[in-house]
Design a protein around this ligand. Sequence first.
Ligand code: FES
Ligand SMILES: [Fe+2]
Length: 360
Amino acid sequence: MGFPVKFARNRWYVAAYTSEVTRELLPRTICGEALVFYRTQAGQVVALSDRCVHRRFPLSESHLDGDNVVCGYHGFTYDTSGTCVAVPGQRRIPRTARVPAFPVVEQDSFVWVWIGDAAEADPAGIPRAPWLDHPDWTAVHGREPLDAPYGLLVDNLLDLSHETYLHGGYIGTPEVAETPIKTEVDEERQIVYVSRHMDDAACPPFYANSTGITGRIVRWQDIEYHPPCLYLLHSRVAPVGVLPNADGSDPGGFHVEVVYAITPETENSTHDFWAVARDFAGDDDGVSDFLRESNRTVVLQDVVALNTLAKVLETERDGYQELSINIDTGGLAARRLIAAQIAQGAGAEPARAPSAAATG
Ligand code: FES
Ligand SMILES: [Fe+2]
């Protein structure tokens, strides 16, 4: 089973950071659907198809009149449910004059959008990343375009042994590739766990410069992947020998939550949302700037590698050979869960009937 290219419908995907959605019309393609996002005057997020029902003009190239979008070509006017409420030159509005509206939820600093059958959209099913806007944590974030299928980014993030080779000098040290992983899959809750605990490792600049630790470290990497979109890396570093207390408290540890939202844009391009939250030096802007720059550099190293890989794979014959080893167990489990999700949602069409966009 190769890495996934097609996407699972009837799933929640991160479409934007909440701060990106304003009273300006924001175009963004998610899972091949051209969408336009905006906020109502009351602050609710709306997601509509970005194609006018009249002649397919992009609604994102149009303007808002209160909470309605007025098409920039001939003035068809849509309300927040996608229903056309005015057309030029006639009073009668055709019954089919509407564009799809997509359910949206704001949570943990993300705008999540449901791609698929709107009747099945349950906000309770959205996985959480509470550190991103929690008062006890400080987060930096970004979004990079990736010219590769999202499955290549899933593969990349589920196997961190590549840090040693691709991200040396930033987050990679020899111990990452040398230390075996443990993989577990919770089939019921659809989560892949991959953990790598290093008891005595070199401290890479990413952590040395942010925590101030000068010697060798205990470094734990605990991945929790919620396919298809949300990837969490629970990272703990501490001076060698400093472990959490028996009751779980951990005053001697530095905790970093690295969050990725892996959102397909098309079958061959991906929105790579990344965030780094920490529970130390929260008021130190220097640490924030450093982590933002370092992580962006690391993300761009992956982007360059995956863009290259995507190009090469395009020239390969169908059914090309891969060879998987122990480090790939997490990625293979992720492929399997995603394939099942795609099979489950097969045939599900995007929301074609207008429905009120919900914001939670
Ligand atoms: S294309 Fe939108 S009104 Fe004509
Ligand atoms: Fe990487």
